[in-house]
Design a protein around this ligand. Structure first.
Ligand code: PMP
Length: 442
């Protein structure tokens, strides 16, 4: 039976009067899949509850942060305790230091770290440092990669820009766009020839460590050389930098993020990005981002250096408490649990779609995965755009009606948490046959 959404619909009507499209971030509006987005009232573990009292198994996880599940007891208690000591100081506090130490300990290339309030701020600031360090303007990005809504990085971006098939964004000046070169993901020849032509103008290549905003498109090795290492080598040979965006993959793809998968500890290849960006998991659900890297580069930041970057709420004590409590829960056992849940869910979905003859491919990067409604592997943004988004939409709505909340877009990763137990997966398994049938009904 279709769940009642009367109260969510009322809220959506009210919201659209006072908030553009009724939402504070585009994909939430269900614009590409249609229908009323449930307005949520609470969440615990792997479950969400909406205003009408419907319960859903959550596969969005607030787009990544809720890796331990919602309202995790340890995280909630840490935030409650921190709140009692003050909501914001605008002055240094110990939590910032401990959080930075934790990231530096886990991620080899990060010698120093600055906390900001979102992934967008992190990539924007990293780019500024790269431009200052090199004295160059041009940035290279890949089609289908999303790095937040930074002017210079919106061209052919993933996430909502992909969901709504936008080429970029209005309001970005031609001068800004001119300094961004967009290349097809994974295309080494395109990278090599761009550097041969314009290497001296390029400040940095920015890439998602594993693209996950056009669905998950893992970087592939060629002749034993990983794509990210190739990018680092190519950039360095031209005096440019590599910025590896781990806002989404960080501390999720593995304990050391995607760098744990294709860095020295993963493949044995010796390479390092110059700057890295983080967000989501490191804030445990509160607004946090971070950028870090080599000390000589991070030393360019004000007040010691000439690159200005600041934030009233940066290093907020509630956010660092939530981040630290989340890290406390992210031991090896947690990543095993996450990996098991991710693998089991991939298999369940693949089996259900196969049983109904629905063309699909499941792609992974560490414990991260997504499902493309297309028979062949997806290697580029063009491949991702060639999937059957209508089949996804039918699948999505059948899952939602059955009580499973998927990302409302065919271009997003699916997020599991350590709270996605076998019992939770059984609830998803019960809905999958009907959803696969819906996807098959063209
Ligand atoms: N980079 C990547 C890889 C992301 O996935 C995102 C957000 N999905 C961002 C940057 C931007 O982060 P935020 O939404 O916190 O600004």
């Amino acid at each position: 039976m279709t769940p009642s959404t009367t109260l969510s619909a009322d809220l959506f009507d009210r919201a659209r009067r006072v908030i553009p499209s009724g939402v504070n971030s585009p994909v939430r509006a269900f614009g590409s899949v249609g229908g009323t987005p449930p307005f949520l009232t609470s969440a615990k573990g792997a479950l969400l509850t909406d205003a009408d009292g419907n319960e859903y198994v959550d596969l969005v996880g607030s787009w990544g942060p809720m890796i331990l599940g919602h309202a995790h007891d340890g995280v909630v208690e840490a935030v409650r305790e921190a709140a009692g000591r003050g909501l914001s100081f605008g002055a240094p506090q110990a939590g910032e230091v401990t959080l930075a130490e934790e990231v530096v300990r886990r991620i080899g290339p990060v010698e120093q770290l600055r906390l900001v309030n979102s992934g967008t701020e992190a990539t924007m600031s990293a780019l500024r440092v790269a431009r200052a360090a090199t004295g160059r303007d041009v940035v290279v990005k890949f089609a289908g990669c999303y790095h937040g809504h930074v002017d210079a990085l919106l061209a052919e971006a993933g996430s909502g820009v992909a969901t709504f098939a936008m080429p970029g964004s209005a309001g970005v000046t031609a001068a800004t766009a001119k300094d961004t070169v967009v290349l097809p993901y994974g295309d080494r020849e395109a990278v090599t020839s761009l550097f041969a032509e314009r290497g001296g103008e390029i400040a940095a290549i920015i890439t998602e460590a594993a693209p996950a905003n056009m669905g998950v498109v893992p970087p592939l090795a060629e002749d034993g050389v990983g794509f990210n290492r190739f990018l680092a080598d190519t950039a360095h040979a031209a005096g440019a930098l590599l910025i590896s965006d781990e806002v989404l993959t960080g501390f999720r793809a593995s304990r050391e993020g995607h760098y744990g998968v294709d860095g020295p500890r993963g493949t044995g290849e010796d390479w390092a990005p110059d700057l890295m960006t983080f967000g989501k998991v490191i804030g445990g659900g509160l607004p946090v981002g971070a950028f870090g890297g080599r000390e000589d580069l991070m030393g360019l930041l004000a007040p010691a250096g000439p690159v200005y970057q600041a934030g009233t709420l940066s290093g907020n004590p509630l956010a660092t408490a939530a981040g630290l409590a989340t890290f406390a829960g992210l031991d090896d056992a947690a990543y095993e649990t996450l990996g098991r849940a991710s693998n089991a869910l991939q298999q369940l979905v693949a089996d259900a779609l196969t049983a109904e003859g629905v063309p699909h491919v499941v792609q992974t990067a560490g414990t991260l995965f997504s499902v493309f409604f297309r028979g062949e592997p997806v290697r580029t943004y063009d491949d991702a755009k060639a999937q059957d988004t209508e089949a996804f939409t039918r699948f999505f709505h059948a899952m939602l009606e059955g009580g499973v909340y998927l990302p409302p877009s065919a271009f997003e990763a699916w997020f599991v948490s350590t709270a996605h137990t076998d019992e939770v997966l059984d609830r998803i398994a019960a809905v999958l046959p009907a959803a696969a049938k819906a996807a098959a009904r063209g």
